[in-house]
Design a protein around this ligand. Structure first.
Ligand code: PAP
Length: 325
């Protein structure tokens, strides 16, 4: 059955508008108003048709490079805090955060596999835009946490990620030929994976206005400014508020510390480990951790590039009531 389903998905994918990526080394396909890799698309179409959410599932949603790894670490540490009291034994010490939270459109493609009991591990993650989520996620009232980030920093993070993540995989030969100008062009016309970025953000922004109890909307910059505040907020939102006793013990502060960029990026697993080795999504764990600062775009983008992104941001957000600052 799976083979014939795969063939059906291949047929759907072959009929979609496509653009070349990286001088023909790959393609990006337009599906339901957003652009995806062929590998991700098979999983996406499959979960849209078959994934059945349970009301207690909690989704961590984001466009790529906006704070996904950090949000996964924080949410995972919050919901499992009673099971992994001993810091030395914490799963985050032995696995990259991406391996602690299943990725909907990759890990849950087969509904019988990998689905954990949501009472024990309710977290799932996705890069899918709100409008393309499997229907049961919204209809069953699952909670969602969305994180976004300034578009210029998001693009710059993506650029560095490409150059750090691709070596050692099937795109090795592309790395020297990567061009900042071309990548910016794709980011601006919306055709980088899961783009257009601005539409991705606005989809969840609108959903959070309509259903504030179901969608918690966060900004990377806010999280950087006052991480403890947002860890408490996340705990409350996910139905795992910190008790007075936990507050006295500094439980929220300890989670912030455990999930800090310094702590996670210094772990052996995140220095030398690999994520999804042997698959088209393979990358070095260290590529998920870089500088983690606000405004790093100033170190890479020319004034012209900066203006270009700002103009699109201004135009896309006009009238939405949302702003990145
Ligand atoms: P993904 O979509 O591939 O999972 P994602 O985690 O969303 O990537 O984004 C990576 C960014 O988050 C990197 O930003 P930078 O390139 O500007 O440095 C990375 O450094 C940052 N990041 C990862 N972990 C943390 C953390 N624990 N705290 C703060 N920022 C983090």
């Amino acid at each position: 059955i799976l083979t014939s389903l795969n063939m059906k998905y291949q047929e759907i994918i072959a009929s979609l508008p496509k653009k070349e990526r990286w001088s023909g080394a790959s393609y990006t396909y337009e599906y339901q108003g957003f652009w995806f890799s062929p590998f991700a698309l098979e999983g996406i179409i499959s979960v849209q048709q078959r994934f059945q959410a349970q009301p207690s599932d909690i989704l961590l949603c984001s466009a790529p490079k906006t704070g996904t790894t950090w949000l996964k670490a924080l949410a995972f540490a919050i919901v499992t805090r009673n099971r992994f009291d001993d810091d030395n034994n914490h799963p985050l010490f032995n696995a990259v955060p991406h391996d602690c939270v299943p990725f909907l459109e990759v890990d849950l493609v087969d509904p019988h596999e990998n689905k954990k009991d949501p009472e024990i591990m309710p977290l799932l993650s996705t890069h899918l835009p709100f409008s393309s989520l499997p229907k049961s996620i919204v209809s069953r009232g699952c909670k969602m946490v969305y994180i976004c980030r300034d578009p210029k920093d998001t693009f710059v993070s993506y650029w560095h990620y490409l150059r750090r993540a691709l070596p050692g995989g099937q795109y090795d030969h592309v790395v020297e030929r990567l061009s900042l100008e071309k990548e910016l062009e794709s980011f601006c016309d919306g055709s980088t994976y899961y783009g257009p970025y601005w539409d991705h953000v606005l989809g969840y922004w609108k959903a959070s206005i309509k259903r504030p109890d179901s969608v918690l909307f966060l900004k990377y910059e806010d999280l950087k400014r006052d991480t403890v505040f947002y860890v408490r907020k996340l705990g409350e939102f996910m139905g795992r508020a910190f008790t007075a006793e936990e507050e006295r013990r500094g439980a929220a502060e300890r989670i912030v510390e455990l999930c800090s960029l310094e702590k996670l990026s210094g772990l052996e697993v995140n220095k030398s480990g690999k994520h999804r080795q042997g698959t088209p999504m393979s990358s070095n764990n260290y590529s998920f951790f870089r500088r983690g600062i606000v405004g790093d775009w100033k170190n890479l983008l020319t004034p012209e590039m900066q203006r270009r992104i700002d103009e699109i941001t201004e135009q896309k957000l006009r009238g939405s009531g949302f702003s990145f600052s």
